[in-house]
Design a protein around this ligand. Structure first.
Ligand SMILES: *[C@@H]1O[C@H](CO)[C@@H](O)[C@H](O)[C@H]1NC(C)=O
Length: 279
């Protein structure tokens, strides 16, 4: 699809300077340092999770569409390791060093696989009842493509939106699950499309949108999601929507915290409808 191709080209431009650096050492600012691996049961995808999970800790799942629909599973490794270190299993829909084209169907495959292995072997701590979908740019369009899957607790749109304005209403008006938009400002070609999609959501759909031009714009050094502002926002999103952490919720329900972290143009709606049982 041509619009996907535009995002694909943009993402390739943004990440061409970033080397794919395998990071096998566990890391992350959360309580459970995380690393990535692969699993023969899930071809062509990269799995991030804490290397040690204390007894009693349950890991919700995040399935993620890569930028350009062709970035490798480790292009944004630091971001995923950081998020996973807060107690999540993250499945990124490309192999660690592959630049193959990805498909939206791979997000469904990832969720299917996570539900199958949850509670077994090294995935004993995985909670198959809590799954989010998200993605960056072209990967955000893939998240939209599978948005109707009833398993998602929430949808995370990172620097993405329907570039084709005529697709905004058809796509956005069908979203019922809590959806969060993290946009990159004037330099981000997703700024206008993402904002337009937000405006076309049903008013009853819980939603939040914010802009941070240092977090994850399509251009400049921010394209690998290593800026603290984007990491913090993603962690709070997952802590609230997947772990039921109401302390994390204030990042979205009260503009002060996000503003202090550099987010602007913040809007939200129906967030009071979000009720997640603490994990
Ligand atoms: C809840 O989220 C806050 C803010 O991110 C964090 O400081 C706190 O440790 C979290 N609590 C739990 C139990 O994870």
């Amino acid at each position: 699809m041509i619009y996907t191709a535009i995002f694909a080209a943009l993402c390739l431009g943004a990440t061409s300077q970033a080397n794919v650096i395998p990071r096998q050492a566990a890391s992350g600012s959360g309580p459970y340092p995380a690393a990535y691996s692969t699993d023969t049961g899930l071809a062509g995808q990269t799995i991030y999770m804490p290397t040690t999970v204390p007894a009693g800790v349950k890991l919700p799942v995040i399935v993620w569409g890569v930028g350009g629909c062709s970035d490798s599973g480790t292009t944004t490794a630091e971001f995923h390791q950081d998020l996973a270190s807060y107690g999540f299993l993250i499945i990124v829909n490309n192999a660690p060093t592959s630049r193959a084209q990805t498909t939206a169907a791979s997000l469904t495959t990832a969720a299917d696989w996570a539900q199958k292995v949850a509670g077994t072997g090294k995935y004993a701590s995985v909670d198959k009842s809590r799954i989010a979908v998200g993605g960056w740019s072209c990967g955000g369009l893939q998240a939209y493509t599978v948005a109707a899957d009833p398993r998602w607790a929430t949808i995370g749109i990172f620097s993405s939106g329907q570039l084709d304005a005529s697709q905004s209403v058809p796509v956005a008006s069908k979203i019922t699950k809590p959806i969060f938009y993290f946009l990159g400002g004037n330099g981000d070609p997703a700024q206008t499309p993402g904002t337009r999609d937000y405006g076309n959501l049903p008013k009853t759909t819980p939603a939040w949108i914010g802009t941070n031009n240092k977090g994850h714009g399509h251009s400049g050094p921010s394209g690998t999601f290593t800026a603290p502002a984007i990491k913090t926002a993603a962690v709070r999103w997952a802590q609230w929507l997947l772990q039921g952490n109401t302390t994390a919720a204030t990042f979205f329900t009260n503009k002060d915290e996000a503003t202090k972290a550099g987010w602007t143009a913040i809007q939200s709606q129906s967030l009071d409808k979000i009720a997640v049982t603490p994990i």
